[in-house]
Ligand binder design. Structure first.
Ligand code: ATP
Length: 211
């Protein structure tokens, strides 16, 4: 069975994540999406919601949809958290019958060559770059072809081949946190269950992570 790994801060999860994940799964014929909330990301401010709250929102957003599973592997491991370690751990956990690919949004593409053991990661699993506004597939492929060392030409070609056209959904967690802090509605940006959870738990009342 094919499964895709979709990692993120999910602070909070939103329709951009869910629609993109489903589109990639359909494009590559994967039966499952493993959502992996990330631990500490040295490149980003710490999440406003706790680990448990982010997990709970993922579960509320995807409850009852057999496409999604949620993994807390990264939250349970001591940092620093590197994708390559998470993928290694998931390959081990899922066993040889499962073929894993990893989805990354085009906004993280430029950082990929600097990731810890980037070339190992690329040899370990197919990396699928998904589109995100304002970048459609053509620009995604242009971005991939601009990647250099330590990736080799074969790895760059394979990234380009695996990139997938996904719907351009202009939603971000930052936008949701800012809207909540400003007292604006987040209806249609994230599932109703997540909206209710945010409001009941008074999350994001102050946008402390805004940059
Ligand atoms: P923030 O605004 O806090 O930076 P975010 O909305 O970018 O958050 P993350 O949880 O950091 O969400 O993203 C996890 C993954 O999902 C990343 O690979 C990111 O590129 C991708 N992603 C997030 N939002 C979208 C979207 N609207 N369309 C496509 N991919 C997305």
């Amino acid at each position: 069975m094919k499964k895709i790994i979709f990692g993120g801060t999910f602070d909070p999860v939103h329709y951009g994540h869910l629609i993109t994940a489903r589109a990639v799964a359909e494009a590559v014929g994967a039966g499952r999406v493993i959502l992996v909330p990330t631990g500490i990301n040295p490149l980003k401010p710490p999440p406003a919601a706790s680990d448990d709250q982010r997990l709970e929102m993922l579960s509320l957003a995807t409850g009852g949809d057999a496409l999604f599973e949620i993994s807390d592997v990264e939250l349970r491991r001591d940092g620093p958290h590197y994708t390559v370690d998470t993928v290694e751990q998931l390959i081990e956990q899922q066993g040889p019958a499962v073929e894993l690919s990893v989805v990354i949004g085009v906004d993280t593409l430029a950082d990929l060559p600097d990731w810890h053991r980037a070339t190992d990661l690329l040899d370990m699993a197919t990396i699928i770059v998904a589109c995100r506004p304002p970048h459609a597939l053509e620009e995604v492929r242009r971005g991939i072809s601009a990647l250099g060392e330590p990736l080799n030409a074969r790895q760059v070609a394979s990234l380009s081949e695996s990139a997938v056209a996904t719907p351009l959904i202009d939603i971000s967690s930052t936008q949701i946190r800012r809207r909540v802090a400003a007292g604006l509605s987040i209806r249609y940006l994230t599932p109703q269950t997540v909206q209710a959870y945010i409001s009941e738990n008074k999350l994001y009342a102050e946008d402390t992570t805004a940059t």
